[in-house]
Design a protein around this ligand. Structure first.
Ligand SMILES: C[S@@+](CC[C@H](N)C(=O)[O-])C[C@H]1O[C@@H](n2cnc3c(N)ncnc32)[C@H](O)[C@@H]1O
Length: 200
């Protein structure tokens, strides 16, 4: 969906890299959406990407970077595929406060997201992680206002319309967490950084 959006809205060429969905399924989706000649479907694990160094002007990850990018060293790996000055942008499930500050995950987060909630962080956490490497200048890191409402809407749509039972179940399990939290802790972090040159 992210790649279809980018191709349609900006007319750019996109490599849609993705682990869970077979490349041929996504390629069929891109054809159906009329962007098959602009979007290349790739199935790859995020630590083993089949791209050339400095291949991309921008790397965008929507709803996925938290699955692999909390590894302190990961931003160094993904950054290799960006040109100098290129942008890395993520939108990820996020918290307004770090779980460490709260002394652990509150019960509603644990029951809705399981122990994987440990991959949720504040926008400031992401900024620090990237800036401290010296590899990126973070140009924006903010919490999406009322992001939980978009998250809930998405879960409601998936709970009703996803063809995949696992997705329907997961979405149903997430809605009570969002309803209990009501944006107190949960939102999305929107973070963008620009890759520094070797002498910066
Ligand atoms: C909630 S979906 C986001 C969908 C995506 N933004 C789109 O436009 O369709 C999470 C995505 O994270 C990807 N993902 C999770 N773990 C991954 C990993 N270790 N390597 C590569 N991709 C991963 C999955 O393939 C999945 O499509």
């Amino acid at each position: 969906m992210t790649s279809i959006f980018l191709a349609r809205e900006y007319g750019v060429e996109v490599w849609a890299s993705e682990l869970w969905v077979p490349a041929e399924d996504n390629a069929a989706r891109f054809d159906q959406a009329g962007v098959g000649d602009q979007v290349h479907a790739v199935r790859a694990e995020a630590h083993d990407l089949p791209f050339a160094s400095e291949q991309f002007d921008a790397i965008l990850a929507v709803g996925s970077y938290h699955y692999f990018g909390t590894d302190d060293l990961y931003v160094g790996y993904i950054g290799k595929f960006l040109k100098t000055g290129g942008q890395l942008s993520i939108a990820v499930p996020s918290l307004h406060r770090e779980l460490r500050e709260l002394g652990g995950a509150p019960a509603h987060l644990r029951s809705g997201a399981g122990w994987e909630v440990l991959s949720f962080h504040t926008p400031e956490w992401w900024r620090f992680q990237w800036e401290q490497t010296g590899l990126f200048q973070v140009t924006a890191s903010r919490a999406q206002p009322d992001g939980w409402l978009d998250w809930k809407l998405w879960c409601e749509v998936c709970a009703e319309h996803s063809p995949d039972e696992v997705v329907r179940q997961g979405s149903r399990a997430t809605i009570p967490m969002l309803d209990t939290d009501r944006g107190e802790l949960l939102t999305f972090a929107l973070v963008t950084g620009r890759k520094n040159g070797p002498s910066e």
